[in-house]
Ligand binder design. Structure first.
Ligand SMILES: Nc1nc2c(ncn2[C@@H]2O[C@H](COP(=O)(O)OP(=O)(O)OP(=O)(O)O)[C@@H](O)[C@H]2O)c(=O)[nH]1
Ligand SMILES: [Mg+2]
Length: 220
């Protein structure tokens, strides 16, 4: 009898990478810049996309893919901001993959879009390994997860170009040091940009918008 060694994990990730390249090429053809918005559950992913849609919607075409175990709730929120949105229900899966995104792209008016926000499933682990065809990766955590959340999940911060520490307005109330979280981010990945934000006070929101506009079209 011969032993047959099958490296399933590697094959799945390679196949995903090939599909992600296809998605990216399609987005490039339409001049759409895609942002993969990852982060902790409840950290403010949908909120920060809503803020961006409100601030950028008059000068750029914005679309969204809402990925979640039950995606319709966030999709409805995006639609209230006039953002064409495709919900992707992942069921038991804890991340989006390039195959799901490929089908979502078929249902979006790519001709009308300049920016695509892809909200990934809320957690800091599974989304890390799966490219979707995005041009930029953003990771969002908030102070309410505890100020050791960054150092507990270093991998995802290594793959992103922007990290956001959100809900800094309630840092004192939850006994968290937002500056320590930013320091942790920069220690883990010295090349990343890190921002502190708050929907309540507006802190950092201008810089979030600047990051998005400053990173459009760099792939063309
Ligand atoms: N105090 C405070 N609350 C915030 C802030 N940003 C978001 N929230 C609240 O946090 C809660 C979760 O925000 P969402 O934007 O739904 O978070 P999410 O990451 O999309 O959540 P999931 O998709 O369920 O993982 C909501 O009640 C928001 O209103 C902030 O800056 N400060
Ligand atoms: Mg959400």
């Amino acid at each position: 009898m011969h032993d047959i060694r099958v490296e399933v994990g590697f094959d799945i990730l390679q196949a995903n990478e090939a599909l992600a390249e296809k998605n990216r090429a399609l987005l490039d053809d339409f001049g759409v810049t895609a942002f993969n918005i990852m982060g902790a559950i409840g950290s403010g992913k949908t909120t920060l996309i809503e803020l961006a849609a409100d601030r950028l919607g008059d000068r750029h075409g914005i679309g969204a893919i809402a990925g979640d175990i039950v995606a319709d709730i966030d999709a409805e929120r995006f639609k209230r901001h006039n953002v064409p949105t495709v919900p992707l229900n992942t069921g038991k899966e804890c991340h989006l993959d390039a195959h799901l995104v490929e089908h979502a792209l078929e249902r979006l008016p790519l001709d009308d879009l300049d920016i695509l926000f892809i909200e990934n499933v809320g957690n800091l682990i599974c989304p890390t390994d799966y490219s979707l065809g995005e041009h930029h990766r953003v990771v969002i955590v908030s102070v309410s997860e505890g100020d050791d959340i960054v150092e507990k999940h270093p991998m995802i911060f290594k793959t992103c170009s922007l990290a956001i520490v959100n809900k800094v307005d309630i840092a004192k109330a939850v006994n968290a040091d937002a500056d320590k979280m930013v320091d942790d981010v920069l220690r883990i990945n010295p090349r990343i940009k890190a921002l502190k934000t708050s929907k309540t006070t507006g802190e950092g929101v201008d810089d979030w918008i600047k990051f998005i506009e400053g990173n459009m079209n760099v792939h063309r």
